[in-house]
Design a protein around this ligand. Structure first.
Ligand code: BGP
Length: 492
């Protein structure tokens, strides 16, 4: 579709930026915070521990001031569950409770809308020791946590996100430091039991939010990116549909419509990996409705049919195409690290020759952003909030005291352009919160892979002075926000 005139961004569009608690706060075992799974995991070799990060815990006021200077309309951050409930349930940590009050108040004082992720990869370690999400008690623990934070912050927070990237935790959890399974006989079954319990916890939290906070809005926040077939070979199309189901639609079908995606269900059934569903679970999931869909978009992926596997499967009379996967770009490094845990089946990842790559090997696909937005809208018809999108790079503080991250401007411009085209296509959008507001620790690449609009002066192991510097991209984004997305020109 070629338009002569593009639609404008909605008037109250939430131009924002994102972070997550364990990657930005630091003070990970201070002021009464209990450890999370991130604090007890072994950090990837050559990367920093999580005790300081960007020191946002101590410098949030300065950071929020800088965000206000940039003109941000929203700040998406997460609450560290074990900062407010050090053991996951029970005893409440007043200092942790106070920290998020202070942060939310600082945002509101600067007219920045707080968008709160309830859980971003940091399950309290004590809950993990008790079986984590495989233990159904975790659902109740999440509800206890939800009730506490809705009670505390509900009068000041309108937008809530349930779980960040549940799909990535399920698909590549070992690389993110989140999931292991007690089901040694059939790990796939264990993983999808955890997944089921999380879906249930999410549904219950959405219901609770609507009961306790009738004016608030809540939605899921998976990582969504369309899957392309490598060619127009029909087998490749089936492969792409399989991976789309496993990677994307399972999570949104359940969050929005309350049913299991049938392709994934057939796949799990075939491998004796169906989750145990208690009476009433499906009714709860059906009744719980999100107000919007939030998702993180970094890139698309491409798959092709795995001919060898197809042959094997047809030899044993199984032609379902499998739904095994290997996510090839966004999480290719993450996936590669979990040797043995990737279940290669009847499709395999393929390179996409049409998309350039970041310095860290992630594909860049702004047009894929538009097609992903279109697809999500046409499947679910709920307003969309983008909670992550961004470019990880080796930014450098130059001798002029500046960070000339023109590559990031180029990346963001292309994505914002495509988002505007999607709006012109009829997609309803609430906001856009790129990753990340400020430099922070990457999930597995440490401090060297920077995403922020604001530079933090530290290296991997040398904390230097942690001074903040606005990058060129932050001045450019300020102009974008001031013009409500009209002015995407370079800085002059
Ligand atoms: C998403 C996560 C974020 C963030 C981002 C960038 O998957 O929600 O927590 O880290 O990816 O990933 P990375 O840090 O691996 O470059």
């Amino acid at each position: 579709m070629i338009y002569q005139k593009q639609a404008d961004f909605p008037e109250k569009f939430l131009w924002g930026a994102s972070t997550s608690a364990y990657q930005v706060e630091g003070a990970n075992l201070s002021d009464g915070k209990g450890p999370s799974v991130q604090d007890v995991k072994k950090v990837p070799e050559g990367t920093s521990e999580l005790d300081v990060c960007a020191d946002h815990y101590h410098r949030y006021q300065e950071d929020v001031n800088l965000m206000a200077e940039m003109g941000l309309k929203a700040y998406r951050f997460s609450i560290a569950w074990s900062r407010v409930l050090p053991h996951g349930t029970g005893e409440v940590n007043p200092k942790g409770i106070k920290f998020y009050h202070d942060l939310i108040d600082a945002c509101r004082a600067r007219k920045i809308e707080p968008i709160v992720t309830m859980y971003h990869f940091d399950l309290p370690a004590e809950l993990d020791q008790k079986g984590g999400w495989e233990n159904r008690d975790c659902v109740d623990a999440f509800l206890e946590f939800a009730r506490l934070i809705f009670q505390e912050y509900g009068s000041k927070v309108k937008y809530w996100l349930t779980i960040n990237e549940q799909n990535m935790m399920t698909l590549v959890g070992a690389a993110i430091g989140t999931f292991s399974t007690a089901d040694k006989e059939n790990p796939l079954r264990g993983l999808y039991q955890q997944n089921h319990n999380m879906l249930l916890a999410q549904a219950k939290a959405m219901k609770l939010c609507h009961e306790m906070l009738p004016d608030a809005k809540i939605g899921p926040a998976p990582n969504i990116g369309l899957i392309y077939p490598k060619t127009c070979r029909p087998e490749d199309m089936i492969a792409a549909q399989n991976f789309n189901a496993v990677r994307n639609w399972l999570y949104l079908d359940m969050a929005v419509n309350g049913y299991y995606n049938s392709i994934v269900w057939a796949y799990l059934k075939d491998r004796d990996a169906l989750p145990k569903i208690e009476p009433g679970d499906m009714e709860i999931m059906k009744a719980a409705k999100p107000d919007f869909i939030a998702f993180n978009y970094y890139n698309t992926a491409t798959v092709e049919a795995d001919d060898m596997m197809l042959e094997k499967l047809s030899a044993i009379g199984n032609q379902d195409g499998g739904a095994n996967y290997q996510d090839n770009n966004n999480n290719n490094q993450k996936a590669d690290q979990q040797s043995g845990q990737n279940i290669l089946g009847a499709f395999k990842s393929a390179a996409n020759p049409n998309t350039p790559k970041t310095e860290f090997g992630w594909e860049i696909d702004p047009i894929g952003f538009r097609s992903t937005l279109r697809e999500v809208w046409s499947r679910y018809h709920l307003p969309i909030l983008i909670t992550e999108n961004g470019l990880g790079a080796y930014d450098k503080l130059e001798s002029d005291g500046k960070i000339h991250d023109l590559y990031r401007i180029d990346y963001l411009r292309k994505h914002i352009n495509q988002m505007r085209l999607a709006i012109t296509d009829g997609v309803e959008m609430i906001g856009y919160c790129p990753w990340s507001a400020i430099d922070l620790i990457s999930t597995h690449e440490g401090m060297r892979k920077r995403y922020g609009f604001i530079f933090v002066n530290r290296e991997e192991f040398d904390l230097k002075d942690l001074k903040r510097y606005r990058k060129d991209s932050s001045y450019w984004y300020q102009k974008v926000i001031e013009s409500n997305g009209q002015d995407l020109r370079d800085l002059t």
